[in-house]
Design a protein around this ligand. Sequence first.
Ligand code: IPE
Ligand code: IPE
Ligand code: MG
Length: 237
Amino acid sequence: MAETPEKKIKHVAIIMDGNGRWAKQRGLPRSEGHKEGAKTVERVLKAAKAFDIEYITLYAFSTENWKRTKDEVSGLMSLLKEFLEGNLSFLKKNETRLRVIGRIDDLPYITRTVLKKVIKDTSHYTDRQLILALSYGGRAEIVDAVKKIATDVENKELSPEDIDEKLFSKYLYAPDVPDPDLMIRTSGEMRISNFLLWQLSYSELWVTDVLWPDFGEKDFEEAIKNYYKRERRHGGV
Ligand code: IPE
Ligand code: IPE
Ligand code: MG
């Protein structure tokens, strides 16, 4: 049966792209674009709360982003630490639980320490979640799930006949989180870039040319409103 467009949007996933281009247009170093992009995150979290969106997943650093220069990577890691320290009170005030998906062990020790603290300090909130994708890759997530499944089969805790889509989903990084209803990408690129490959299979997509540092409440609202105009068929008629 076709899903009616009024079905409430629960989960929005965002590929925050275009920080570098924003900086380049202004003759600034890429790091300035990232700094400005961090301010957009705060704006979007406020807007998400206003729209009563339960889950926001932000693609902050991909498994491929490690290929960037050492300076850019370390700049992004420090910015992440600053962002977390600067926003802990905001997350608490808005009763938002922070979670992370990705290969967290790849992150620098200090970043992991701050992350763990914020995750712990917000773990009791149940109404709203901010999920940061860090050192995240959709393929890495699938591979990590396969490894865990193989281990369980090897230990006779699971038999191959038990493996179906539902069981597979349970081995992903955040198994309880519903698939995104809407995926937004800023800066015009029409690609997924290894984001949530499994979970996006039936998500609605919204690509805007607006660069992430320029993305505001109005742009977010436009994406949400457009979502409600769509008919989600999920392969039905
Ligand atoms: C997104 O902006 C931020 C990260 C990937 C961390 P980019 O840095 O990719 O910006 P562009 O695509 O070069 O403009
Ligand atoms: C995707 O953006 C990753 C994040 C936003 C963290 P990229 O800028 O890395 O993706 P490509 O290179 O345009 O595919
Ligand atoms: Mg980019």
